[in-house]
Design a binder for this molecule. Sequence first.
Ligand SMILES: Nc1ncnc2c1ncn2[C@@H]1O[C@H](COP(=O)(O)OP(=O)(O)O)[C@@H](O)[C@H]1O
Ligand SMILES: [Mg+2]
Length: 143
Amino acid sequence: MIIVTDADMRAFGKKLAQDLKQSDWVAINGPLGAGKTVLCAGILAGLGFAGEVASPSYAIVHSYEPPDVSIAVAHVDLYRLDNVDELDELGLADERSDRITLVEWAERFGPAYVVPSHIIDIVPQADGSRILTLKMDENDTRT
Ligand SMILES: Nc1ncnc2c1ncn2[C@@H]1O[C@H](COP(=O)(O)OP(=O)(O)O)[C@@H](O)[C@H]1O
Ligand SMILES: [Mg+2]
């Protein structure tokens, strides 16, 4: 699908949030400035979060808990992660069944620790639009 503006990206995230369920893992890939954080902000807005959403580049993970959101969310950015062991230290390798996990730069370590329920690729175009591809794991049996 073609996402023309950042407002469209946010709107897409808001809509996607309605399809997400507890224990979903959303892997979001794309270069710096692609709009991964804008998408996550839209998803969080769709889950009821009213505040500003910043990239967790330094913290690596920002956690959102009810009542700020309808379902707990871990917003993760693996850009600055040096090795996969740090994921264990952050507890991200454990699937937590009561939260949604959004992972920017998932491709850096993704295959090493979890099979995502959703994979989103964002490819910026010369005209400023973004081509967004969403793949869903139809065999995902998590509830
Ligand atoms: N079509 C678009 N979709 C998403 N973001 C866009 C779009 N057009 C322009 N932008 C801008 O690109 C930037 C994307 O930043 P960000 O979401 O932080 O990227 P990333 O997290 O992928 O590094 C924002 O400043 C946003 O306003
Ligand atoms: Mg980001």
